[in-house]
Design a protein around this ligand. Structure first.
Ligand code: PEP
Length: 229
């Protein structure tokens, strides 16, 4: 299973360092084939050692240049970062990233050989229209995306389940992942209010290869217990 922790705009450089120490200690105690990814805020990026992959939550599709407030490839290379989260619903909705700009970012980091954790997800009004509308929406979020890219991981994250404490039901996750599997032959993560209590159930669902976790990843011990389930 893949376990990805998205800190969003939480944790500092100091608390991220402490988090990684605690997590490494906890996960070290158990032998496991699981893969863990940590996406701290950009200010906390560093060369951490441990049985996890450090990724960036966002970056601008350029090596460097005049992109005020953004970081590019040069800043990532300083810390050996070659994993990126692209297409998260908060970036699409709050930061206004269009499918076109998401696809452009994807193409840039694909060309640079990054592992890409690519997020898709539908708003509640689409979910309420039924499975066909959901799939139409999700597939539209692959426009301009090379779904055959070898270093692609896809995260299905229904927007109404993110940070709300209301995870999608097992039935909703199962049917959506099964339908996505027809098109996506890459690891498929589920994200949306995953926590230490529901992980056992979610991890057993067919075609769920892992989880992307926000709120329940912020505490290292809690996230470790989720990983160790
Ligand atoms: C997320 O934003 O990727 C996420 C899954 O958040 P949460 O776990 O808090 O719902």
């Amino acid at each position: 299973m893949i376990f990805a922790a998205n800190f969003k705009t939480n944790h500092t450089r100091a608390t991220t360092k402490h988090y990684i120490e605690v997590l490494t200690q906890k996960l070290h105690a158990e032998k496991s084939d699981d893969r863990v990814y940590i996406f701290p805020p950009a200010t906390a990026l560093d060369r951490f050692e441990g049985a996890f992959t450090l990724g960036v939550q966002n970056a601008y599709p350029a090596v460097n240049g005049a992109y005020t407030g953004e970081i590019g490839l040069e800043q990532l290379e300083e810390f050996g970062i070659n994993t990126i989260l692209i297409g998260h619903s908060e970036r699409r909705q709050i930061l206004g990233e269009s499918q076109e700009s998401v696809a452009q970012k994807f193409a840039f980091f694909q060309e640079k050989g990054f592992e890409i954790l690519y997020c898709i997800g539908e708003p509640l009004e689409i979910r309420e229209r039924g499975d066909e509308a959901v799939m139409r929406h999700l597939l539209s979020q692959f426009e301009g995306i090379d779904v055959g890219y070898e270093k692609l991981i896809v995260a299905y994250e229904p927007i109404w389940a993110i940070g709300t404490g209301r995870s999608a039901t097992v039935k909703e996750i199962a049917s959506t992942h099964e339908a996505l599997r027809q098109t996506i032959k890459k690891p498929l993560l589920y994200g949306g209010s995953v926590n230490a209590e529901n992980i056992k159930e979610i991890s057993k669902i067919a075609f769920v290869d892992g989880v992307l976790v926000g709120s329940a990843s912020l505490d290292a011990e809690r996230f470790a217990s989720l990983v160790l389930r």
